[in-house]
Design a binder for this molecule. Sequence first.
Ligand code: ZN
Length: 70
Amino acid sequence: MTTHAPVLPLWLCEGCDRPWPCATRRADLLAERERVPLAYYLSLCLIAAVQDMGWAPVDVLRRRFIGWLP
Ligand SMILES: [Zn+2]
């Protein structure tokens, strides 16, 4: 059971205080989910994060939530 869940509205990892998804969570997500459902899930997270963090550049958030996918 992972504890690397996002803490809203800043989307920081509750497990390691890094921007979510942290490296541990990214590895877990890749292991847990198929590529397409994972991309869909992260897209929903990105949309929520853009709304939560209106001050953050969208491109930075896009890279953080989606850009790391293989
Ligand atoms: Zn973490």
